[in-house]
Write a protein that binds this ligand. Structure first.
Ligand code: PHE
Length: 343
């Protein structure tokens, strides 16, 4: 039998190193563990493997000495771990394979899109079909055919985004200021009976605030047939409000004015808010009325035979009412923290 592979003084030397090697940082700790205890090449591991080969007379003493070194190293590791904390793999640059995977982020429909689809669903149930028209309009469809007088303030440069500024009365190409021009396009293209809703973007050169933005969405409605009445208009809009906001919805019709409807009204919905002195306030959601006979005549529909009603609602207003949103601008900021609440 050869001499013990690690003579006594060599074990003493090793004990000194185990005792005095620096253990200040996580990197020290990592290196220490590998140096002495790694399964493949740890210095103590190597000695443990040799125990069976040692001469039986020395084996017991040798084994005890090596196991003593092992306990010593383990004690120092435990002490250093308690002091430094567990090794931070992220800091050491190694990926932590035990972390759960990252889920892909799923998008969702914008609250305006959700409100538009919901409104469309409700009116589809009332027998309405969807029509659409261009966002860049001419004066005839946006104003003249809708019975706006030539000097109406809505035609003002201040309110309208022009593509081609007007060169005289009844001219100019611009971003539509409402979805009502599509009423004209539908009536020009289809004989009555007509029963359509018209979703779309509209643009107004207005001061931006919590309740108005330079671009917003409207849902227009148009019904033209024989014997259509204001009572039917009120009934349809009330049924819509109940579907949209529930049976306890409070709504009111207020007399109003639009050049293209007569009589005209605006509809308000009661916005509950306990912080307000009255426990809420009225919020306008739409304008409506009986289609003015002058409009029917402008598109060649016999106003003696046919009557019609129209309405135009703000889709943002509906979304705000449904979700308790108090500032329209958040709908246009694309802040993921806001949008992900509607997933
Ligand atoms: N176009 C009007 C607006 O934008 C709303 C409206 C539509 C009023 C249809 C009456 C009839 O304010």
């Amino acid at each position: 039998m050869p001499d013990p592979i690690a003579p006594k003084d060599q074990l003493d030397l090793l004990a000194q190193e185990i005792q005095s090697d620096p253990l200040e940082t996580a990197a020290d700790l990592d290196a220490y563990r590998i140096r002495y205890l790694s399964r493949k090449q740890g210095r103590i591991t190597e000695l443990l493997k040799q125990i069976p080969a040692v001469d039986p007379s020395d084996r017991k003493a040798f084994g005890a000495a090596v196991n003593g070194l092992k306990s010593l190293a383990e004690e120092r590791i435990a002490e250093a771990e308690a002091r430094i904390g567990p090794v931070d793999d992220a800091a050491s640059g190694a990926p932590d394979l035990t972390l759960p995977g990252r889920r892909p982020v799923r998008g969702s429909l914008h609250p305006i899109t959700q409100a538009r689809r919901e409104i469309e669903r409700v009116f589809a149930g009332f027998g309405f079909t969807i029509a659409e028209g261009p966002e860049i309009e001419d004066d005839w469809h946006n104003f003249t055919a809708l019975n706006f007088p030539p000097d109406h303030p809505a035609r003002d440069m201040q309110d309208t985004f022009f593509v081609e500024p007007p060169s005289g009365p009844g001219t100019g190409i611009f971003l539509r200021t409402h979805t009502s021009p599509v009423q004209i396009r539908v009536m020009e293209g289809t004989p009555p009976p007509i029963r359509v809703i018209i979703p779309g973007r509209v643009y107004r050169n207005e001061a931006i605030s919590y309740k108005s933005f330079c671009l917003f969405h409207q849902m227009e409605g148009l019904v033209v047939a024989e014997g259509v009445s204001m009572a039917e208009l009120k009934q349809v809009l009330h049924a819509f409000a109940v579907e949209m906001f529930g049976t306890d919805v409070r709504m009111r019709f207020r007399p109003s004015f639009f050049p293209f409807t007569e009589p005209s009204a605006e509809v308000d919905i009661w916005w509950k808010d306990e912080r307000l002195p009255d426990g809420g306030r009225w919020l306008e959601i739409l304008g409506c009325g009986m289609v003015d006979p002058a409009v029917l005549e402008a598109v060649g529909i016999d106003s003696e035979r046919y009557t019609g009603y129209a309405f135009g609602m703000g889709i943002e207003r509906i979304a705000m009412l449904r979700h308790g949103i108090t500032d329209i601008r958040v709908l246009y900021e694309n802040d993921a923290r806001f949008l992900e609440q509607f997933a």
